[in-house]
Write a protein that binds this ligand. Structure first.
Ligand code: PLZ
Length: 452
């Protein structure tokens, strides 16, 4: 049985366009949306989706799109994955909500057990569940501050950690995330990142960490640092993979100075990069780890997991929220984790990464507008630049994405400079469907970059 057979819950796993994208029905809903929905909320591709399964999104006009974005790294087990659907259906009929802080329920405990087991680190861990990635990050910072009795939080250039007030302050990019939304939370300090493609000194991971830590020591002071928060591979910031050794050096510094090392694995976690968590590739063991997105097959759920002595330093009642670890979301997480184990989706992610990065490398040899190819597992990106320079080319990037969208392939862009095309396919995507999606992307890249 192939991965695809096992996860296909109904829709044929093929692209089929029956109207322009977006089609007339989507356009009609879009008209209503423009009147009803706050315009600050935007959509990359306004084809309104009615049904989805595996790696196919079907819109209200009957177009079947290939999903190479997974709703921003969420549906790693595929859309409407059978075990997730089954777990949610079953849970909905029994208990939708009682509030874990009032009268608890078992699925919350089972998710915490699974996270304590799956995350790196051979020590006692505990977990708290929340609703969104930003909320998990907020809580990880709360816990680290409470534990250390210090206030400074160190983050990095190009970081993305969310859109709430604290997490906006942690996020680097102004537009669209922060512009006009200040004042921001205090005691946040930003250090340099190892960004191999754009590092003018070509520093090794260790040397780049020495540079970043010197900034922290002179501008913040090690004794004031509650935590250092980092995405092991940056997501929204441009799929930046730091040079090997960077993460480990930062983690060692934290251990030495009594600061909490927090890995934000909200985008990289749950098999996406070819391991359960991206830190594992570098042999790094975080004190705390934040997760969300891929954890629950599409249901909103997030977590902070980490060293029991840090997590449990918070007074009773100090952590929580009405919906955190909601029973239906928790059941979905158990279905999603079971699917990842059964189908060995970490292995599948490595396989997809080999295919994608192989094709990207070939294209980069041919098209001068591709400045960099990078990623790990099924988290892959192309950075587009003006040929012969490293000047970002966000205009070409937008055009490439738009051409893919018109042809029914959902690709996403990202990056501080808006010049990165990124792929985050469902890890269950079949080789043929991936090949077709990549063919469309290649055609778009040739059309936009070929004449340069
Ligand atoms: N940390 C590393 O990637 C969410 C954001 C999309 P929430 N990334 C997608 C957008 O434009 O809002 C993310 C992340 C990392 C934190 C978050 C925040 O997770 O679930 O969106 O709050």
């Amino acid at each position: 049985m192939t991965v695809l057979d096992e996860t296909d819950t109904g829709l044929p796993q093929r692209r089929e366009l029956v109207t322009e994208i977006p089609g007339p029905r989507s356009l009609a809903i879009h008209e209503r949306r423009l009147r009803a929905v706050a315009t600050g909320v935007s959509s990359t591709l306004p084809a309104y989706i009615e049904t989805a399964s595996g790696s196919i999104l079907r819109d209200v006009d009957g177009n079947s799109l290939i999903d190479l974005g997974s709703g921003i790294a969420v549906t790693s087990v595929g859309h409407t994955a059978p075990r997730v659907v089954e777990a949610v259906r079953d849970q909905v009929g029994h208990l939708i909500h009682s509030c874990f802080m009032v009268t608890p329920y078992e699925p919350y405990v089972a998710v915490a057990e699974a996270l304590n087991e799956l995350t790196p680190g051979d020590f006692d861990k505990t977990t708290a569940l929340f609703n969104s990635g930003a909320e998990a990050v907020e809580n990880a910072v709360k816990i680290a501050r409470h534990h250390t009795r210090r206030s400074a939080v160190v983050v990095f250039d190009h970081a993305y950690h969310g859109r709430t007030n604290l997490t906006m302050a942690l996020t680097a990019k102004n537009m669209p995330y922060k512009h006009g939304f200040g004042p921001f939370a205090p005691e946040i300090y930003r250090a340099s990142l190892s960004y191999p493609y754009r590092d003018p000194h070509g520093l090794s991971g260790r040397d780049a960490a020495v540079r970043s830590l010197a900034e922290v020591e002179s501008q913040v002071g090690a004794a004031n640092v509650a935590c250092v928060l980092i995405e092991p591979i940056q997501g929204e910031g441009g799929f930046i993979v730091p040079a090997p050794g960077f993460l480990a050096a930062i983690a060692e510094w934290c251990a030495h100075h009594g600061a909490v090392f927090i890995a934000d694995e909200i985008q990289t976690g749950f098999c996406r990069t070819g391991a359960w968590f991206a830190c594992e590739h570098e042999g790094v063991v975080p004190d705390l780890i934040t997760t969300a997105k891929g954890i629950a097959g599409g249901m909103p759920l997030a977590a902070v997991t980490g060293r029991a002595e840090i997590m449990n330093s918070v007074h009773e009642g100090g952590l929580g929220g009405t919906y955190g670890g909601n029973p239906v979301a928790a059941a979905a997480a158990l279905g999603s984790i079971a699917t990842m184990r059964e189908l060995d989706l970490a292995d599948r992610a490595r396989h997809l990464g080999e295919i994608i990065l192989g094709r990207f490398d070939e294209l980069a040899g041919e098209l001068a507008g591709i400045g960099d190819v990078r990623g790990r597992g099924a988290m892959c990106a192309l950075e587009l630049v003006v040929p012969g320079t490293t000047d970002p080319d966000p205009v070409a990037t937008k055009r490439v994405a738009a051409l893919c969208h018109q042809q029914g392939v959902v690709v996403l862009t990202c990056g501080t400079y808006g010049n990165v095309v990124r792929l985050l396919p469902p890890l269950v995507i079949g080789d043929d469907l991936l090949d077709e999606g990549l063919g469309v992307l290649e055609g778009a890249l040739r059309e936009v970059l070929g004449s340069r």
